[in-house]
Design a protein around this ligand. Structure first.
Ligand code: FMN
Length: 373
């Protein structure tokens, strides 16, 4: 390792491992586990293997865990088997996950999810109910065969209230906060995107109007959980079905999406990118999307995408040593760095980084998805 690399690693380490306060939340360091669906929850219930999986990452030194996406209690929310619910009998399972993470000195948010038009009617909990989103037949965007429904205002009201119920359950159970999954082309993001939101009522229209569903979700949650409970909102510039689709082409357009969320009461913004160090708007300089999010809103920000992955993990010739972290981290583009696949490969990734052993770890491969270690 060169002297420059060793120095960069040390500077990055000092900053990553300083305790950080995010609103009312005190974290032991700036590393979060990114939300990752694992499909190991039969009947939507997290069992002891799931509790042990998260506790292992807490013991490995991660400051905050954001759980895999977990469905709100609404009949149209689910799109995949094996994904946990955050309602009904699944809450007992989540209580055990929470106890295991807290016993390992960790903090955890559930990531609350409604999959919108990705739902097929063969999915739980009530089979036979088709997918629903802002406009009809968005299955053309998701690539699934079945037609989907446009949500009525009554549907929207029920979904908003299911989000608020889930946030309230998280607070009552003792979770450290919640994250709203507003990214990757699922329900909330389908409302954001003009291509999938063709509504003419108050939930459609210009970019600000298309944030109305998200705003109502945040407001309803805030009214139930009080002013101090952390609510993180995850948004993305890309969609599951289209990596090039963008929510905003300029910082001004991004502000039109983010400002209403801030006014509604979000406490943290989580910008989902595939490479956190890339410029958010290349024509405007090298500030990352996280940096723009912070600059435009002043809120605490979580960055994510590619941290700790080597060439194999990124599947391209771009290695990510800690050096790429240095500039955006030191400039204050983000408060917290979320790490996904590197933490699947090694639950002790944070301890390894802290101990200066970042370069001797196991690289992530798809085989890591096959078991819940
Ligand atoms: C197996 C897997 C499952 C994922 N599931 C979710 C999810 O449930 N919710 C979500 O917002 N993002 C999900 N993501 C995206 C990750 O949170 C993260 O943004 C992405 O993996 C990039 O970070 P990384 O390069 O550190 O892995 C998933 C990613 C992977 C690899």
């Amino acid at each position: 390792m060169s002297v420059e690399t060793a120095c960069a690693d040390r500077r990055v380490n000092e900053r990553l491992f300083e305790p950080v306060r995010v609103g009312p939340l005190a974290l032991q360091n700036r590393i979060a586990m990114a939300p990752m669906s694992r499909y190991f929850c039969p009947d939507g219930i997290p069992h002891d293997d799931v509790a042990a999986y998260y506790a292992r990452r807490a013991a490995g030194g991660v400051g905050l865990i954001i759980s895999e996406g977990t469905y709100i209690g609404h009949p149209t929310a689910a799109s995949y088997e094996g994904v946990p619910f955050f309602a009904g009998p699944a809450l007992d399972g989540w209580t055990r996950v929470l106890a295991a993470v807290h016993a390992a000195d960790g903090k955890i948010f559930p990531q609350l999810w409604h999959s919108g038009s990705f739902r097929q009617s063969s999915m739980p909990p009530q089979r036979g109910i088709p997918g629903a989103g802002p406009s009809e037949n968005l299955n053309a965007f998701t690539g699934y065969p079945e037609p989907t429904r446009a949500m009525t205002e009554a549907d929207i009201e029920q979904v908003v209230s299911a989000y608020a119920d889930a946030a309230d359950a998280a607070r009552r159970l003792g979770f450290d906060g919640v994250e709203i999954h507003g990214a990757h082309g699922y329900l909330i993001d389908e409302f954001f995107w003009a291509a999938t939101n063709r509504r003419h009522d108050r939930y459609g229209g210009d970019r600000r109007q298309r944030t109305r569903l998200a705003v109502e979700v945040v407001e309803a949650m805030r009214a139930r959980v009080g002013s101090d409970f952390p609510i993180s909102f995850r948004y993305s510039q890309w969609k599951q079905q289209d990596y090039k689709a963008r929510l905003a082409d300029t910082p001004t357009e991004l502000a039109e999406v983010l400002e209403p969320l801030v006014d509604a009461g979000v406490s943290i913004l989580h910008c989902s990118t595939r490479r956190f160090w890339e410029p958010g708007f290349p024509d405007e300089g090298d500030l990352t999307l996280a940096g723009w999010t912070r600059k435009l809103t002043g809120l605490p920000v979580i960055a994510v995408g590619g941290a700790g992955l080597d060439r194999a993990g990124l599947n391209e010739a771009q290695a990510t040593s800690l050096e790429v972290l240095e500039k955006p981290l030191m400039r204050g583009d983000f408060d917290i760095l979320a790490v996904g696949r590197a933490l699947l490969a090694d639950p002790n990734w944070p301890c390894r980084v802290r101990d200066g052993r970042v370069h001797d770890g196991v690289g992530y491969t798809k085989a890591h998805l096959e078991t819940l270690f």
